[in-house]
Design a protein around this ligand. Structure first.
Ligand code: PLP
Length: 397
């Protein structure tokens, strides 16, 4: 029965991690997969997470199933983080949140929900976008289109073209926006541009789906929510897929959420029952541990302020590496202008390196970068910076 099955191509990002693991060069550098590294190049467990886990080990008294949508305390904490705890949407019960296995789980449930209940809808993603978006949506049979986003020459947001593309999106379609720290470009709309986009969504009548995987990695927890909160002033309906993989460092616990916002409490409740149905036929109910950790941290003043400090230090370290990278390249005699990298946000930047240069970095220098030239800035450290920039100078010359 299986004889005719061909091997699938390696995942462009996770396949790179496999190749990195197998590389025996002691000086290898991984700037591929989107995982935060500290100054020592490690991805440690946050102190706030460790402390929350210690409490949970002592207090936990069952491993029984969670409900399909997860624990109430977690779901409330997610909403407060997304909207701000005093937002009208919460008071009016217009939003419901389901705890999902990671941000990917949230996107998959959203995809199934859209396919089932908005069957005519095409979903539009930015060009470029996170490598898994198209695949997740196509896996449920959704049509995926792309809208203009990036100006590869200027290394900026091509806002005029973005507006022009989105002006063609018909009523009833779905448009995915990266809430902040756009992956892979590191370029987000400004507050004024978010306003224009929100007004356009309202005029066109498309449904916004926010993918919010990096809250706190851009400018801060509240600041990074500006895009989706601006939209909520203009559009009464929205889907939000958020992830705590990065901002809590809980990558392998698979913790995220899908939130639906509707025009009325009744509509939100009815639609949410359908979201629960998609979750039930997909993974039945979510894994408990990661969400219990997040809830413990978000609802305890001491743990929360420790976490916010840890998050701020991750954010600041990345920003520092951006500046150091640009300065070190310059010091190594690279004439090409990389200053755009210090102006971008979050873990990633598009370097503009060509596929040949990326291949040479891997083959000749044991430096692993995604084929598109996307750099994980969070993989840079003061210790690997000289080696990295020398290698880039070599492949550019
Ligand atoms: N969305 C974006 C834009 C991402 O970059 C990622 C992870 O890299 C995800 C979603 C998925 O997050 P998770 O690992 O929680 O599934």
């Amino acid at each position: 029965m299986f004889e005719h099955i061909q091997a699938a191509p390696a995942d462009p990002i996770l396949g790179l991690s496999d190749a990195f693991r197998q590389d025996t060069n002691p000086n290898k550098i991984n700037l591929g997969v989107g995982v935060y590294k500290d100054e020592q190049g490690a991805t440690p467990i946050l102190k706030s997470v460790k402390q929350a886990e210690e409490r949970l080990v002592d207090d936990e008294n069952t491993k029984s199933y969670l409900s399909i949508e997860g624990e109430k305390a977690y779901r409330s904490a997610v909403k407060a983080l997304l909207f701000g705890k005093d937002h009208d949407i919460i008071a009016k019960n217009r939003a419901h949140t389901a705890h999902t296995p990671g941000g990917t789980g949230a996107l998959r449930v959203a995809a199934e929900f859209i396919k089932k209940h908005l069957p005519e809808a095409t979903i539009w993603v930015s060009n470029p976008t996170w490598a898994n978006h198209q695949a997740v949506f196509q896996s449920v049979g959704l049509e995926v289109g792309s809208y203009a986003y990036y100006d590869a020459n200027a290394k900026t947001l091509d806002f005029e073209s973005m507006l022009a593309s989105l002006s063609q999106v018909p009523e009833g379609d779905v448009v995915l926006f990266h809430g902040c720290c756009h992956n892979p470009t590191g370029i987000d709309p400004t507050p004024a541009q978010w306003q224009q986009l929100a007004k356009l969504a309202s005029k066109q009548g498309f449904l916004p789906l926010f993918d919010f995987a990096y809250q706190g990695f851009g400018n801060g927890l509240e600041e990074d929510a500006i895009g989706l909160r601006t939209f909520l002033e203009e559009t009464p309906e929205m889907l939000i897929a958020n992830s705590f993989s990065k901002n809590f460092g809980l990558y392998n616990e698979r913790v995220g959420a899908l939130t639906i916002v509707a025009e009325t409490a009744e509509q939100a409740s009815a639609a949410f029952t359908q979201i629960k149905r998609c979750a039930r036929t997909n993974y039945s109910n979510p894994p408990s541990h990661g969400a219990a950790v997040v809830t413990e941290i978000l609802t305890d003043d001491q743990l929360r302020s420790l976490w916010e400090m840890e998050l701020a230090s991750m954010r600041q370290r990345i920003q520092e590496m951006r500046t150091l990278f640009v300065n070190t390249l310059r010091a190594k005699g690279v004439e090409q202008d990389f200053s755009f990298i210090s102006k971008q946000q979050g873990m990633f930047s598009f370097s503009g390196l060509t596929p040949d240069q990326v291949a040479s970095l891997k083959e000749d220098h044991a430096i692993y970068i995604v084929g598109s030239g996307r750099l994980n800035v969070a993989g840079m450290t003061k210790n690997n910076m000289e080696q990295l920039c020398e290698a880039i100078a070599a492949v550019l010359s």
